[in-house]
Design a protein around this ligand. Structure first.
Ligand code: ADP
Length: 423
């Protein structure tokens, strides 16, 4: 932040208003402090007197139910106060979910609300999921957050599908705590790249979540909130209906798309409540370039941390020791498949990858599977490494890793997603 740009300004918000700002310029920062009253960022309350620092790429709304005074230092590219917000509608949704949780608490076999948020890109699906999770956890609930958005996931890095038991509100700047998420390797940034694998992993995630709900009474009454991808047409729509069925959702919140709303009302069974919700005028459309950058940012944060810096390690692995696989082989014509196998089976097959220069910059997921003979595809992953060097003469690869060592038999799963380590 340059000296002349460090402008401090006071903003007074009336009840039910929000201060929206966007930081586009690189290296620009904006610091927000709550001086008086009450305010929240996407459902998490600001602590009075605490300074929250946002960096480039941030698109934020500081909302107040009762009114507040804020101090803002910095010069965001866009900043304004909005009086029209859908927050009271979102609060009503939370209240309806809460009534279902109360009913679930009183009974042993009723689950809390399983709610899926759907809509096209950039309508605020991730934000609404975050708000509803935060409201739930603020009144002592422990909901599960399932993120099916493989391109811009909020829980782990891009190219994965994950679930997290939410035990505290998300951090205002850093989002949800990454402690102990359950993560599956998908390896691509769009569901269209391998819909068979996508559906398989959704079903697997649904199974694990269902087991967790069985085993934990508090989580069972709290329910699940599911965030989805913005691909809603054709095959994308089928993925949504598959997810709804697999996760046994009982409510679908449709943001901003009447056509999608009508299709779901038509196709969902009677017991699934389909609710249309307006999007917030503050939701910002993101360019392709912005999406690429935020994917990169997410990976950088994984290895190097956000506020508290992390110091990843470089590990050399001999090609002969590396157990690298990818999921999905080319689909062959049915006539070429072994007896009893379908052509789609190839899409979820584990295929050994010969190490070489083609691995450079690729992310690899470290599987919890003990050996390639296990069901690696449906086993969750422990973490990620990134190939930063391939030495053809020495026949080694160097990987960036949060851990100083990899277990000798680690099964590594190749992701299509690349990350250029510039640190
Ligand atoms: P989706 O999940 O539908 O693609 P997001 O929830 O990720 O959309 O929202 C898109 C962007 O808009 C995000 O960067 C988010 O921080 C921002 N955003 C959401 N709601 C608001 C708001 N009320 N004011 C300002 N920015 C917002």
């Amino acid at each position: 932040m340059t000296e002349e740009k460090s402008v401090s300004k006071e903003y007074k918000l009336d009840p039910d208003c929000e201060l929206r700002f966007e930081i586009e310029s690189k290296n620009e920062k904006t610091v927000v402090e709550l001086k008086a009253g009450q305010a929240e960022v996407f459902g998490t309350e600001l602590v009075k007197g605490k300074k929250y620092e946002f960096g480039s790429g941030a698109k934020i709304a500081v909302y107040s139910w009762q009114g507040c005074t804020l101090d803002l230092i910095g010069k965001p590219d866009v900043i304004y106060i909005a009086k029209e917000t859908p927050m009271s509608i979102y609060l009503n949704v939370h209240a309806a979910m809460e009534r279902m949780r109360e009913a679930a608490e009183k009974s042993n076999d009723v689950k809390g609300p399983i709610t899926m948020v759907v809509g096209p890109n950039d309508v605020g699906k991730s934000t609404l999921s975050r708000i509803l999770l935060n409201y739930a956890v603020r009144i002592g609930r422990r909901p599960i957050f399932v993120d099916l958005d493989v391109g811009q996931g909020q829980i782990a890095i891009p190219g994965t599908m994950s679930a997290l038991l939410v035990e505290r509100p998300s951090n205002i700047v850093e989002g949800f705590s990454q402690q102990a998420p359950l993560v599956f390797h998908y390896g691509q940034k769009t569901p269209s790249a391998n819909t068979t694998l996508y559906n398989l992993l959704v079903s697997r995630l649904a199974e694990v979540c269902s087991e967790r709900l069985q085993g934990n009474k508090k989580a069972r009454a709290s329910g699940i909130i599911i965030n989805t991808c913005g691909w809603i047409n054709g095959e994308g729509y089928k993925l949504l209906t598959h997810a709804a069925q697999a996760l046994e959702v009982d409510a679908i919140l449709v943001l901003d798309q009447e056509r999608l709303y009508n299709e779901l009302v038509r196709d969902m069974p009677e017991f699934v409540k389909v609710v249309f919700l307006p999007k917030s005028g503050g939701v910002v459309s993101r360019s392709q370039q912005f999406r690429i950058e935020s994917r990169d940012q997410k990976v950088r944060e994984y290895f190097y941390g956000i506020k508290t810096p992390l110091y990843p390690h470089n590990i050399d692995i001999k090609w002969s020791d590396a157990k690298i696989y990818k999921i999905g082989a080319p689909v062959l014509p049915a006539s070429c498949m072994p007896l009893g196998m379908k052509a789609e089976d190839n899409l979820t097959k584990l295929v050994a990858v010969t190490p070489g220069p083609n691995l450079l910059h690729h992310l690899l997921s470290v599987s919890f599977a003990d050996s390639p003979e296990d069901d690696v595809v449906q086993t969750n992953v422990a973490g990620f490494v990134c190939v930063t060097k391939v030495d053809v003469d020495k026949q080694t690869i160097t990987v960036l890793s949060p851990q100083p060592k990899l277990l000798p038999n680690s099964v590594l799963l190749l992701s299509d997603i690349q990350f250029m380590d510039s640190n």
